[in-house]
Design a protein around this ligand. Structure first.
Ligand code: SF4
Length: 285
C-alpha cells in the first residue's frame, strides 16, 4: 500500500454476512477435522476459490493435487462446489477414502436436476460454462444445455418439456431474464431457482452498499466467480467499485474526496482479509 498522507475520517459500511458462506465454512471445518484424524489429506483442485485459504490449509497438512494419480495412501477431500460423477466413480474404483465437503445446497441442486430429468424434461442449467460447480451439475444428468446469457437462451431449440436449474451463485436478474427467454421455447416449463440463500443475501447487500456509499471495495480472489459477480452488480450501480484481493491493492487515489466506503467480500474470502481492509482504513483515518 502506498503512503496515505491525508488525515480523514471515513464512514465504513460492511455488507451483512459477507465473506465465508455456510458451505465454505463447513468445507473448511471438515478439512481441519480430517487432517487431525488422518495427518495429511489430498485436495482435488482447490476446495474454495481463494489462494490465502488454500495456503493456510496447506500448512496444516492438506496437499493440493491436480489428478487422481497423485493421490497415494491418503484420503481425498472434495470441494464445496461439488465434484463430477466420473471423478467420484474413479475415486471409488480405486478405493480412495472420500471426505465429501460438498455444500448441502449444491447437493440439493443435484437432486433437483435429476428429478427434472426423471420427468423427461430437456434440462437447462443456468451458469458459467467452465465453472467446477456447473460441471458437477452437468454430470448428474445424461444430457443438458448450459446457458449463461439471454443470447444463448435464444439459441435453444423448442421442447415439449423443459426443466431449469441454476448455479448457486448466479445473479438473480440473469436467471430471471434467461428463464423469461426460455419460456418461449416450451408450453411446459419447470424452472427451479436454485440460487442459494447466502448468494441472494450477498447480492442484495452489495446493491444496498453500492447505492449508499461513495466507493465500494469488493474483496476476493480473481479466480472466484461469485466475487466477480458481486463486483459486476456493484459497478452497475456505483462506478467507483473496485475488486481487490487485499489491502495492498487499494490505490490511494480511490479514497480522494470520499466520505463513505462500502465493503463486501466473496463467499470464499476469509474474515481476516475483510478485517485487514477495515483496520487499515481506520488506521488511515
Ligand atoms: S455459495 Fe451457496 S451453494 Fe455455494 S458453497 Fe456457499 S452456501 Fe453453498
Amino acid at each position: 500500500m502506498n503512503d496515505f498522507k491525508k488525515i480523514k475520517k471515513f464512514k465504513i459500511d460492511i455488507a451483512k454476512n459477507c465473506g465465508f458462506c455456510s458451505g465454505v465454512n463447513l468445507a473448511i471445518e471438515k478439512a481441519k477435522e480430517a487432517t487431525k484424524k488422518y495427518g495429511k489429506i489430498a485436495m482435488l483442485n482447490n476446495i474454495v476459490h481463494n489462494e490465502k485459504v488454500v495456503k493456510n490449509l496447506s500448512k496444516i497438512g492438506i496437499i493440493v493435487v491436480n489428478s487422481i494419480d497423485e493421490i497415494v495412501d491418503m484420503p481425498v477431500l472434495l470441494q464445496a462446489h461439488g465434484t463430477e460423477t466420473k471423478i467420484m466413480e474413479e475415486l471409488k474404483k480405486r478405493k480412495i477414502k472420500i471426505i465429501d465437503a460438498t455444500c448441502p445446497l449444491v447437493k440439493h441442486i443435484h437432486t433437483v436436476v435429476k428429478e427434472l430429468e426423471d420427468e423427461n424434461r430437456k434440462i437447462i442449467i443456468i451458469g458459467d460454462h467452465e465453472h467446477d460447480e456447473v460441471k458437477a451439475i452437468v454430470s448428474q444428468v445424461k444430457k443438458c444445455n448450459v446457458v449463461s446469457s439471454v443470447s444463448e437462451a435464444k439459441n435453444i431449440s423448442n421442447a415439449k418439456k423443459i426443466g431449469i436449474v441454476s448455479q448457486s451463485t448466479q445473479m438473480l436478474s440473469n436467471y430471471q431474464n434467461i428463464v423469461k427467454a426460455l419460456s418461449l421455447k416450451s408450453d411446459d416449463m419447470q424452472a427451479v431457482n436454485t440460487i442459494c440463500k447466502p448468494s441472494r443475501k450477498n447480492q442484495n447487500e452489495v446493491m444496498r452498499i453500492a447505492k449508499q456509499n461513495d466507493i465500494v471495495l469488493i474483496i476476493g480472489s480473481f479466480t472466484s466467480a461469485n466475487t466477480k459477480r458481486l463486483y459486476k452488480i456493484s459497478k452497475k450501480i456505483n462506478s467507483k467499485s473496485y475488486q481487490i484481493q487485499s489491502w495492498e491493492d487499494v490505490d490511494p487515489a480511490w479514497l480522494k474526496d470520499v466520505d463513505t466506503i462500502g465493503i463486501t467480500a466473496g463467499a470464499s474470502t476469509p474474515n481476516e482479509l475483510i478485517l485487514e481492509v477495515k483496520n487499515n482504513i481506520e488506521k488511515y483515518n
